[in-house]
Structure formats: structure tokens, C-alpha cells
Design a protein around this ligand. Sequence first.
Ligand SMILES: [Zn+2]
Ligand SMILES: [Zn+2]
Length: 506
Amino acid sequence: MSEKIHWADVYAAAVRKGIAHRIATGITPSGPIHIGNMREVITGDLVYKAMRDSGSPAELLYIADDFDPLRKVYPFLPPEYEAYIGRPLCDIPCPCGQCANYAEHYLRPFLNALAELDVHPTVIRASKQYRNGAYTDEIRAVLENASVIRDILERISKRTLPADWSPYYPICARCGRIINVPVRDHDQERHTVRYTCPCGWEGESDYSRGEGKLVWRVDWPMRWAHFGVTVEPFGKDHAAAGGSYDTGKEIVARVFGAEAPHPVMYEWISLKGRGAMASSTGVAVTIDAMLEIVPPDVLRYLIARSKPEKAIDFDPGMGLLTLIDEFDRIAQSGDSREYELSRISSATDSIPFRHMVTVVQIATDIEGIFPVLERSGYDISDRVALAKQAERARIWLDRYAPDMVKFQVQETLPAEVFGFNEEEKIAIAAVLSALTALSAWDAEHLHNAVYMAGEETGINPKKIFTALYLALLGQKRGPRLGFFLEALGRTFVVNRLLETVNAGAE
Ligand SMILES: [Zn+2]
Ligand SMILES: [Zn+2]
């Protein structure tokens, strides 16, 4: 163990001992789930695992807010969805036509991603809870205490609510919308209230059958009481003074005689140069898109390595490459708590990502990666796993990689070679003779041989590197030379240098 205590262990140590803990997380499945959303669940999972490691019995919950209304027609939705605004997500048709409803359409890939990320919460759907009558007693208590709750909200959040304000929103039996209207005639026996919808409908709402839902600021503390939540990560918007955590804390005490969970406040993840991630604005990298490139343990590591209250500026280009390098490094160091909390044993890649990025650019197709890897001394028996890794590197190159890491090995002698000056010609000839003399064709020896050529000729190694890249790639820079020459193989490199020397002689 390193000396610095990991933040998840700090949280695990801060909670009350001797009780069973419940860590709640939640996301509204109203659009594609992006890695910004993942911070909530992975943060919860990291604390959960830290608690488990410290011997505290704990359970991780994921509550899907599929009973929330659709708020607007997001940029990724067809205009017809205008008609569904205000309806619960679980009652809206799914965009692809293959899923049970709108919420499930976004939940399904998210739950798959969670499994891949080694997060295994108890999944609870808000719609089922409401419609099974699980919250009947709590909603009754809320309606009976409506004026108490109203006072708390007005005092703590410093806003004014109408005198007939209701913490319970009925779902109109005619138009299907969740409506913010006053309710009347609360019948505790029959668990009903009466309402008048702006659409003109007058009806009765039975809260034991999910014919309405609590407003968010009340729904949240209600859940704390119902599930006995003791720890909960939430975004900084809820943590603001007078925000929903502050009001929830008092509501849960006054109305339910329970305690608010230990808060784990987290900051946003933003996309480098584009601002905070949100599906509703289109500034986001979806979790699916990310898992196509990055092994799941690296994604866990992205969240684990920063304290929750620190903002993360995510760069899917060079930044991602650096992140993966860093993860590989701590994986090798063997005593990192961050690694322990991030690691998913089944998912460890056998080839460093940076190297794979070079390999897929040398190989012309997926079959071509195997001889290249073999030349670099890798075990290529698990071809399926290697092909998957290669695919990740390929997608990263296509979508996110900056030009500086891209190259193409030239099949014929690049035109640049014919313009070589005397010094460059000497350099190439010296490298050729050094390489020909090598008994072992591996990265370290190759690297040293190039430097030796520099010493012998008195030419700056930098200039030699440039000449070599020009002869092989037709550009002035390329991947780390030793590994690159090793991967290209002796035959190709020696032939190309011979051709280069001969071209100079003409
Ligand atoms: Zn669907
Ligand atoms: Zn209506």
C-alpha cells in the first residue's frame, strides 16, 4: 500500500460502524448515457468496494428515474417527440422500436456498460416502485405534511411557493402528463387525491397505483427513508447551499424521522475544450463509444484517480493515450490502491495501447497484426483478444487521435529520399551497417545501434532519426524508433535502407 490513503477509503472510514450500509446512485435515462454520468455510479461503486474491503457490510443500489417526465425534444430525438413532453419516460415509445419503452432504450446499453465496468448494483426502477404501491405509506405521509414540507422548502431554498402548492404531481388520466397542479380531497383510506388538469380533465389519482409521483425535492428524501440509504454520491448542483440535499436533509428528519445519507459530492466531467458533458447539449462521449476504445478498467481509473470534488477535463485524443500509459505503469508497480480499485481482472490488455496504435498502422488489415506482434516478441496465441485490442486502437485512430501519432509505412521508396543531402546519406549508410551487424533484432539493440551510428559519424542522432522516418514513412516523425524498427522486421528495414543508399548513389 502506498502512503497516501485513497479517497474512497477515507469515505469508507467516515461512515458509521456496526450497521448495514446502502449506497444509492441514480441516473435519469432520458438520453444516451455518457462518461459524465458514469462518475455517479463509479464513484458509488468505489466507495462500496472500499467499504467492503474495510469489512463494512454494504449494498450498492442503482435507482433508474424512468418515471420522470420527458422535459423537451432533445437534439437526438425526432420532432414527433414533442407530443410526449411531460409524460413519464416509461410510458413513451422507444426511438428504435425494439425496446419496451423510451427509458429502457437508454437503460439497456447503460446496464450492459455497468456489467463491463464491474459495477453490479441492485437495479430499481422508479416506475415499478410507484406502480407496485411500494411508496404508498410514504406518499400518504408527504400529503399529510404538505404544509410542513412547503415551509422547509421556502425557508431553506429561499423561494416562494403558492399556498396550494402540492408535493405530489398527479398523472392526468386523459393526456398522460405529469402535472404540477394543486390536489384536493386527500382520502387516506383509498390513497387518492383529486385534481384538475390544464387539459380540462378532472380526475382522481390513486397514489398506491403510481397515478402520480412526488416532486424531486421530496422524492429524494422519501427514497432515503424507504431504502435506508446511508451513503450517496451526487452532483455539485444538488450540494449547493439551499439545494436539494439541504432541503432533503430536513424533510427526511421531519416527515420520516430518518437521517440523510453521508454525502459524496462530485464535480462534473467536461470534454476538453467543449465544456461539461450533457446528452441534452450533445457535448458528450457516450459510454458505449468509450468502451469501444478503452478497456473498462482504464475508465474506472479515470474516475478513481481524481477526488470526487475535483473536476475532470477529459481529452479523448492524446490525453487518453497518456491516461492509458499511466494506468499501465501503475499496473506494473503492483502496490497502487488506485489500481486495486480500478482493476477488472478479466479485462487486462496484454499489449500496451500505445504500441498497439503503432502495430495497427503497420499492418494493413487485422490478420497483418499477428506477424508484427510476433516480431515484437508478443505471445499471439489468443488471437481473438488481440484482434479486439487492435480494433480499439483502430477506432481511436479514426475518431480521436491527433495527426501527430498517425503515419503510413510507404510501400515504395518515398520521394523525399532523393533529396537527401550528403550528411543524411552518410547517416543512413552508417545505420545500415550497424543494423546488418546486429545479431538480435529487438527494440533495445536497434535503438542503441542508431545511437552508435551517430557516435561513429558525428551526426546528431536527431537528424538520423528524421532521415530514417523519411525513408520509411515519407514524414519527419514517427513512433518510438526502436520498437518501430523491431515491429517492421529485419527484412523490410534492411531492404529499405539499401534502396535508400542506392538511390543516393545514382
Ligand atoms: Zn429502443
Ligand atoms: Zn390532462
